[in-house]
Design a protein around this ligand. Sequence first.
Ligand code: C2R
Length: 190
Amino acid sequence: MIEKTEKTGKTEKTGKTDDTGKTGKALVGIVMGSESDRPVMKAAEEVLSEFGVPFETTVSSAHRHPERTLNYAKTAESRGLKVIIAGAGMAAHLAGVMASSSSLPVIGVPLAGSPLGGLDALLSTVQMPSGVPVATVAVGGAKNAAWLAMRILALEDAFLREKLREFREMTKKRAVAADAANAPRNAPEP
Ligand code: C2R
């Protein structure tokens, strides 16, 4: 069970969300196929940090370093991770390998950058065989990968659930305010 510590709001070693995202045992593992993926995958780190969700980030390629990558997947659960986010471009097999060797939910982020603009990565990430699911977000969708990871964590974390609800409320209000600011140009109410 993941819960916020009542008095301090800080993360405990058992893996709870806090306000910094820097302390505590990682709950989300962000893996990417290459150092060149980091600028895009950084967006996932930023979203998780904003919500105080502890994460770890690793570069490991299923193609270039299969043993290390398999070991990451095999030990992820016992190390306390609850969700894996795997970002890779081109022939992107990283997320699939994570899903093949771990029972954790895996979120795949197909990355652009190849001559095919990410379509190659999208198809190789999303087209998984039955029983080995990879929840695939849009090409370059590192932010949504983090949001989805938090929704999964929030199933057992009332504090995080409430923070996500507040955020949705805030974006709704922002949209209404932006619309009101443009009121003179808006179409009249039907
Ligand atoms: P380099 O820039 O290092 O040549 O990598 C990476 O994710 C990156 O987008 C080019 C692209 O190759 C991808 N890559 C994979 C995997 N390992 C690296 N798709 C894998 O294991 O799936």
